[in-house]
Design a protein around this ligand. Structure first.
Ligand code: ZN
Length: 244
């Protein structure tokens, strides 16, 4: 059986002399693990379409025990991500996070669209790194089933206050009158969180926030993600290491 779909290479490992084992995030079949025979060879037609971050049209055949990439026609290889170590590290983290949360062998269009947009915006420098990191963390965690309840105060329902408080474990908000714990949120940071959770997929990267607000937001989304996913992200540890 042949599967034809487009997707991004989110993990790539050399195996044997010239083969690659790749993990793909595809539009129609979600996460797929597959062999690409001979793909490491510079002469291979699959060489550029099976390297990390490549966005390509894939033909994948389902073998007895494994998937095999039979064709990989690159549309975009995001080569510039490799020229900046921070961009490279953040892009690898986005791939690890998406690979963990996207479904396997099930359509995953929104995940693919998010990842492609994030890689594009990172390559072009059109959005700052904390912005992209916050959107990827909070949106991915939300669409995969862990959306925080940001509608209003968990006790009285208030939608807005001078300052509200976020409980990252419970994933809920309290107004200043009801809060006895939680991390303080400015209204700007809360508006950004609501936007990331509730906006249409095509608008999720369209908001603005001050640099200081973005740093707070990215810390919050990272904390929330850690509180709900039992996973150590080596790529995130590396990114945070080189940022400090
Ligand atoms: Zn309240």
């Amino acid at each position: 059986m042949l599967l034809k779909t487009d997707g991004v290479v989110i993990r790539e490992k050399g195996t044997g002399e010239s083969d690659r084992f790749v993990t793909l995030l595809t539009r129609d079949y979600g996460v797929l693990h597959a062999f690409a025979r001979g793909a490491k060879s510079l002469k291979s037609e699959k060489q550029s379409g099976t390297q990390l971050f490549a966005y390509a049209d894939f033909t994948v055949s389902r073998g007895k025990d494994a998937y095999v990439v039979t064709e990989a026609r690159p549309r975009e290889v995001f080569y510039k991500l490799r020229e900046d170590v921070e961009h490279l590290a953040l892009a690898q983290y986005f791939c690890e996070l998406t690979g963990l949360l996207a479904p396997e062998e099930t359509p995953a269009e929104e995940y693919l669209r998010l990842l492609l947009n994030a890689l594009y915006l990172l390559t072009t420098g059109k959005r700052p790194q904390p912005f992209l990191k916050a959107v990827m963390e909070l949106r991915l965690v939300s669409i995969s089933g862990y959306m925080p309840d940001l509608v209003g105060c968990a006790k009285c329902g208030a939608y807005t206050d001078d300052e509200m408080y976020f409980d990252r474990r419970e994933g809920c908000l309290y107004c200043s009158g009801c809060a006895d714990h939680g991390e303080p949120l400015t209204m700007g940071v809360l508006a950004a969180m609501r936007h990331i959770c509730f906006s249409e997929p095509e608008k999720v990267f369209s908001f603005t926030l001050s640099d200081d607000g973005l740093r707070r937001l990215a810390n919050l989304t990272q904390g929330y993600m850690h509180a709900h996913l039992n996973h150590t992200f080596k790529t995130l540890q590396f990114y945070n290491q080189i940022k400090t």
